[in-house]
Design a protein around this ligand. Structure first.
Ligand SMILES: *Cc1c(COP(=O)(O)O)cnc(C)c1O
Length: 420
């Protein structure tokens, strides 16, 4: 069972609301730090474990800086993400560039940064060579195809656009060896939003066996074994967060059984989790501004899916509470909606909640990953500010709210007014 909480007292949250107004994203520094420490502790048995935070989950450099201070690297997949990693002081081996269908210009930037360049397809190697790009550190993304590995969220690996087949992987390794590249890593990512230890350890087992097999076949001693991201968030009350310690123990067993006997025990073991690192340490705080009763009961919030796409995009569930009414009986059934002209602009559908009055504070939980990050400007909607609740209890605005100026910034049309 999942337990939900706020990062501060109701009184403190009301103070923050008075100071900034609604809506906003709120992040909890302490929770985020403790969470990542627990994940690292689960792998402390390994001589060289590193979590590379997948920047796409939450691209605010203030958060990236906190994670970097905790020893995380960054998993980037675009030039702006590389620039964010650079801005917080991450360098070389601390940056993993894990992209697909990659523009050459981004490879150039990743090579210039000295990042570990995770190549998604064997055809990219010729292009790197033709462009005179020789990564100091390279990694190859494996797609196991019909292996039975892969979860409902990511689907059948054969349908996934990512990674290389097994024969392509051998060819890629031989290419890198011929180039004299000493740092060669192996990567895969076959699950997403996964809460089952067995599914996650299946990835580890596959990669450990793969490394042992490739060692036999090509003599490769991988510098990096990257198991990808994909640890889930227990969004629903019926779900249970992953037990990191149990996961670490299960991976250790496989390591002792497969990797160590193969003589590959000292290579860096990496995860590149995004969602589970920040997901549960973010809340979207908004206010109820309308009631509407037609064929259903609607509550209108003062923001929209520009701040949280997941429910509209995937039908994803986010737990919601009404501030000060956490323990009140859930006597009503509401759709909690935004103001965008799309009927999927709903934070919750048919949700049992206490009676809501205009002015009540509505809180969407677990919005720290793929919340602000996925937002868009469709329909002229602007994204809210991001606030960080720091360890000392003070609040820092780590991104201001978007303005009409921002929305019009790329337009070439003269004379657009900024207000009516
Ligand atoms: C999205 C992504 C991740 C992070 O996945 P989470 O589900 O957020 O842990 C890691 N690596 C790659 C290549 C990705 O595309």
């Amino acid at each position: 069972m999942r337990r939900y909480s706020l990062p501060c007292s109701e009184t403190r949250l009301r103070e923050i609301i008075s100071a900034y107004g609604t809506p906003f994203h709120l992040y909890d520094e302490r929770g985020m730090r403790e969470n990542v420490r627990q994940l690292q502790a689960a792998f402390s048995w390994h001589p060289d474990f590193k979590e590379y935070f997948a920047v796409k989950a939450n691209a605010n450099p203030h958060l990236l800086e906190i994670l970097a201070a905790e020893g995380c690297g960054a998993d980037c997949s675009s030039l702006p993400e590389l620039l964010l990693a650079d801005a917080v002081g991450l360098r070389g081996e601390e940056i993993l560039f894990s992209s697909n269908n990659t523009p050459l210009m981004e490879y150039e930037a990743a090579v210039a940064a000295g990042a570990i360049v995770n190549v998604d397809d064997v055809s990219h190697l010729e292009k790197l060579q033709a462009a005179g790009l020789r990564p100091e550190r390279i990694c190859f993304r494996y797609n196991p195809g019909k292996s039975g590995i892969g979860n409902a969220f990511i689907g059948d690996p054969r349908e996934a656009k990512y990674g290389m087949t097994r024969p392509q992987l051998t060819a890629a390794i031989r290419w890198a060896q011929a180039q004299g590249i000493e740092y060669i890593g192996l990567h895969t990512m076959v699950v997403s939003n996964e809460l089952a230890t067995e599914a996650l350890t299946a990835t580890a087992e596959m990669m450990f066996r793969l490394a042992a097999e490739l060692h036999e076949e090509t003599g490769l001693r991988p510098s990096l074994l990257d198991l990808g991201g994909g640890i889930g968030v227990a969004y629903r009350p019926t779900e249970t967060p992953l037990d990191y310690a149990a996961y670490g123990v299960a991976v250790r067993r496989l390591y002792e059984e497969i990797l160590r006997p193969a003589g590959l025990g000292d290579c860096r073991l990496a995860l590149e989790c995004g969602r589970v690192i920040t997901g549960s340490y973010g809340w979207l705080v908004m206010r109820a501004i309308h009631h509407k009763h037609t064929y259903k009961n609607y509550i209108g919030a003062d923001t929209c899916m520009a701040d949280l796409m997941r429910p509209g995009m995937y039908g994803a569930y986010h737990y919601m509470t009404v501030l000060g009414k956490e323990t009140a009986p859930k006597t009503q059934v509401y759709d909690i909606v935004g103001s965008l002209c799309e009927n999927n602009d709903k934070f919750a559908v048919d949700r049992e909640l206490p009676e809501i009055e205009d002015g009540d504070i509505l809180i969407v939980h677990d919005t720290g990953a793929h919340g602000y990050a996925m937002g868009f400007h469709y329909n002229g909607k602007l994204r809210s500010r991001e606030l960080l609740l720091q360890e000392d209890g003070t609040v820092r605005e780590i991104r201001r709210a978007e303005t009409i100026e921002d929305y019009f910034a790329t337009l070439t049309y003269p004379g657009l007014k900024r207000s009516m």
